[in-house]
Design a protein around this ligand. Structure first.
Ligand code: NDP
Length: 253
């Protein structure tokens, strides 16, 4: 796939990024702003969101906005209120990157705890469902609405000990496909990205012994993130695309 986009491809667009305070979400927010977008930074740790906000401002990109929200406890009403705030402040929403996620605990299936199961499914699946329902009316008004989910290699290939995380990513890909099929005849494009092993806190939690220097950084996988959010990706719909297609899953290289 050709990821070439115009450098101002996201000019005047308003894009919501969940989990924007750290890791891949932080970098995606900065990259979208670099291409002209006003980014709405959603996350649970305000200090991290403020740091990203300052970084974007210091780089001279469009002034972002911050929405502090813990997706573990957020309700449908919280998401509806969020959409009211975005509509009131900007009058539009063109794209959402569902990026926030929880790894949970890697363990044998028989030992998976119910509480961890519920937490991971809440943040990785139900929160995306509620947020997507809330934003759809506004996204549908955009000339080229974009919804990007975040999956994983274990979201289409079950792997021992990846338990709830893997189950939640299968659900994410299912949600993406259902929604994409329903929106076939609209201007909204719905896809998912599998980042592949990327140098972040979550990756370090999953693979504490590996040499993180061998992993791609979030900045290095951004071309796909920007392309799928841009108007250049009009023909891509209902797909889960690898940001690192040549990478061997599980390996640090
Ligand atoms: P990080 O753990 O580095 O960042 C996750 C972000 O999500 C953080 O900003 C975190 O906030 C936020 N978040 C977590 N829980 C909540 C919550 N309850 N409410 C709001 N925000 C929350 O992860 P990555 O950047 O590595 O992962 C980003 C996405 O990519 C995830 O969906 C992950 O599953 C997926 N992925 C990552 C891979 C990798 O190798 N890194 C590989 C495959 C998929 P806070 O900083 O406050 O904790």
């Amino acid at each position: 796939m050709d990821y070439q986009v115009d450098e101002n491809t996201l000019k005047d667009n308003v894009i919501l990024v969940t989990g924007a305070g750290d890791g891949i979400g932080r970098q995606a927010a900065i990259s979208y702003a670099a291409h002209g977008a006003t980014v709405v930074l959603l996350g649970r740790t305000v200090a991290k969101l403020e740091a990203v906000y300052d970084e974007i401002e210091n780089l001279g990109y469009p002034q972002p906005a911050i929405i502090p929200m813990d997706m573990m406890g957020a309700t449908r009403q919280n998401y509806l209120d969020m959409v009211d705030t975005i509509e009131g402040q900007f009058g539009r929403l063109d794209g959402v990157l569902h990026n926030a996620g929880l790894l949970g605990v890697l363990s044998p299936f028989e030992q998976l705890g119910e509480e961890v199961f519920d937490d991971v499914m809440q943040v990785n699946v139900k929160a995306q469902f509620l947020l997507t329902q809330a934003v759809l009316p506004l996204i549908k008004q955009s000339p080229h609405g974009r919804i990007i989910f975040t999956s994983s290699t274990v979201g289409h290939e079950g792997r021992a000990f990846w338990g709830t995380y893997s189950i939640s990513k299968f659900a994410t890909e299912g949600m993406m496909q259902v929604l994409a099929d329903e929106l076939n005849n609209t201007q909204v494009r719905v896809n998912a990205i599998n980042p592949g092993g990327t140098r972040t806190a979550m990756r370090a939690q999953a693979f504490p012994a590996e040499d993180a220097r061998l992993l791609k950084t979030p900045a290095e996988i951004m071309p796909l993130y920007v392309y799928l959010m841009s108007k250049e990706s009009d023909s891509v719909h209902g797909q889960c695309i690898d940001a690192q297609p040549k990478r061997k899953p599980g390996a640090a290289s």
